[in-house]
Design a protein around this ligand. Sequence first.
Ligand SMILES: [Zn+2]
Ligand SMILES: [Zn+2]
Length: 252
Amino acid sequence: MRTLQLAFVFFLAFLPYSCKKDSDRRIRKFHRQEVGYSANDILSDKKYKSITIEIIYMTGFKPTDQAIDNLKQLVTTTCNKPDGINVVFKEIPAQGKSAYSIDDVETIENDHREEFTYRKDLATCFIFLDGPSNENQGTAMVLGHAYFNTSMVIYEKSLKDNSGGFGEPELYKLETTVINHEFGHILGLVNLGSTMYSSHQDTAHGAHCDNTNCLMHWEVETGNIFDNLIGNSPIPTFDQNCKRDLTENGGR
Ligand SMILES: [Zn+2]
Ligand SMILES: [Zn+2]
């Protein structure tokens, strides 16, 4: 009898700990799916009523307020989130690497991400780095990359290096273009979790749109767009085809 009681106490004492560990693991697993996997969860209000965007930036590489306002605007006009958008900033030390691989980025996310999907709030994580992508080849640059269902990286140093000077676009315009393009991938564009309503995928360039003026054109995440953003040129937006895919998948 005494042994039984002791065993019961022992069991109770360890129960909360193991439950917490299991749920932590489940919460983390939610954020380790392919890009586009959570498109419907982010677009619709079926399961999640609000969205949290955690902005993790290296010291000196915080995105501009205008770019974050434009991102919020995009979420507001694209996603059904009646309980709103919550943006959380987290500064981390600059690592000073000459280039970052996606493995490096995943390590940074593992070490620093604090916001995870919980109850009716879906969490996303945007990382801003003090260095370029290790996939850059000469003038062919990778400016951003969505790499999990709720995660993206922006090579903020590359954006800063190519903006603000003579004959260069303003930084916030470049940031808005690249951030919103990567968010489009997380929303399942093109044919990446949001089914195409009509055919418009540029299959030669993966999950991109065939309209050169669309935000989801492949050149938007490379260096080829710099000239298009100079002066009063507008920041690209989703064209009709991309917009339609999002509304068909639960978006606004
Ligand atoms: Zn892209
Ligand atoms: Zn498009």
